[in-house]
Design a binder for this molecule. Sequence first.
Ligand SMILES: C[S@@+](CC[C@H](N)C(=O)[O-])C[C@H]1O[C@@H](n2cnc3c(N)ncnc32)[C@H](O)[C@@H]1O
Length: 270
Amino acid sequence: MTTQTISQTIQAHYEKYGWRRRESGDFEDFLLLIDNRPLMRPYYEHSYRRLDHYFETNGNYFLDAGSGGNPAQEYSGQFKKHVCVDFALAGLLESKQKLGNKGLCVVADLAHLPFKDNSFAGGISANSLYHLPPDRQTLALAEYHRTMQSHATFVIIYISGYVLGLGKIGRNLWRKLTGYQPPLAIQQNPDISTPPCWAMLPGWFSQQLGPQTEVELTTYRLLHRHISSRFIPNSSLGEQILAGLTWLEATFPKLLMPFGYYVTVAFRKK
Ligand SMILES: C[S@@+](CC[C@H](N)C(=O)[O-])C[C@H]1O[C@@H](n2cnc3c(N)ncnc32)[C@H](O)[C@@H]1O
């Protein structure tokens, strides 16, 4: 499959399925990414709040690259306009409804942003960059960098290359030992496959962005939905485990970065 065909498949996935709502009102996409049990909510809320300090400055334009239907409103409060970019119109229509006059929504490819250099005073790309094939990730990261003003912070929420790598080694080893092929991902709906991910190793970001850019890598969440739904019991014991993990993530964000399922990459031009 060419890079172009992969991108078209991912776009079609989000257009037709990811940003469709179930009867419960939840997006299909959230059911792939999030463990919806009420006991998980404080855990997720703490991870959102840990990014607040990156967006305390104010400015005109906040870039939300790959917002889909879930604009990162919690971080754009200080900015005049919240600019959402995505190639799935279905998601952008949801974002526009949520953001009202504050929202400017643009259908575009993250690898080719239709904005001038230094347009944005801050921004985020949450759970999006890893859906681009590696050569497109290089282009998209350069675009994020190009469109940020100096001293503006841009935050990328990303899947850990270490964890995906270990998972792959583990699966191969298990297959060799037992002959059993465990599933790569649990499918919510047998007709729709989970959109693919490519995780670059953390060192790749500093390498691409160069010495004139400060890069900070921290753990975002140690847990992924597949892990929490299997191993965190729905009980007060589960709540205690989650409180312990929250404390660890908040206290040792850099030290635990290699173990996070999701990592945060924050960069700022010097
Ligand atoms: C998992 S969703 C993330 C949505 C939201 N940021 C969040 O965290 O809930 C990924 C989004 O990235 C968008 N996306 C993926 N590749 C893209 C590309 N090359 N150009 C534009 N949007 C892209 C998809 O359409 C989808 O809306």
